[in-house]
Design a protein around this ligand. Sequence first.
Ligand SMILES: CC(C)(COP(=O)(O)OP(=O)(O)OC[C@H]1O[C@@H](n2cnc3c(N)ncnc32)[C@H](O)[C@@H]1OP(=O)(O)O)[C@@H](O)C(=O)NCCC(=O)NCCS
Length: 167
Amino acid sequence: MAEMIRTATPADAEAIAALNRAAFGGEEEVGIVERLRGDGLVAVELVAEQGGAIIGHILLSWLPTVIDGRSVKALALAPMAVRPGLQKQGIGGRLIAAALDQARAAGAQAVIVLGHPGYYPRFGFSAALAQNLASPFSGDAFMALELVPGALAGQRGSVSYPSAFGL
Ligand SMILES: CC(C)(COP(=O)(O)OP(=O)(O)OC[C@H]1O[C@@H](n2cnc3c(N)ncnc32)[C@H](O)[C@@H]1OP(=O)(O)O)[C@@H](O)C(=O)NCCC(=O)NCCS
């Protein structure tokens, strides 16, 4: 049965928390999602639903980003999860594609992720593109994607993760 991807609603909150608990094996991501919502930073939040159950979730939030003194409308992709047992069937990929479409529609210029270096590049994320962005992260797992070509061009940039991430 194919899943349906739709915008998350407040009624989904408990199912989303249960999914994140199952996929990540802890409370950290559950807390991040709740704080991002509470702080009004959510730009895109989608769920994948199958037979009335929430089996996937992705959240994109506004991430203050400045490059060479100019402000860039960037989003952080975090967290995302697919129910264990249903992973590696393409659901995560379809969630990302749908979320990037909505991010574009919301006027975002770039998306930043800290994630599996073997996974996100297939959607266009690149560690090289994130290299000039000062952040608590660096290396292969810190990746960026431009929704608007050239949005991340420049000499020196920085991203400021909101306190919701608890860094
Ligand atoms: C990451 C996740 C959301 C992907 O969802 P999915 O529906 O399995 O993704 P898809 O079916 O579109 O793609 C499968 C790919 O995910 C990648 N992947 C999944 N888990 C991975 C992991 N722990 N490390 C590296 N790659 C991983 C695999 O490379 C796989 O690629 P393959 O097709 O070459 O085997 C899902 O595996 C998940 O919920 N994992 C646990 C929570 C998590 O780690 N979230 C991401 C934080 S960055």
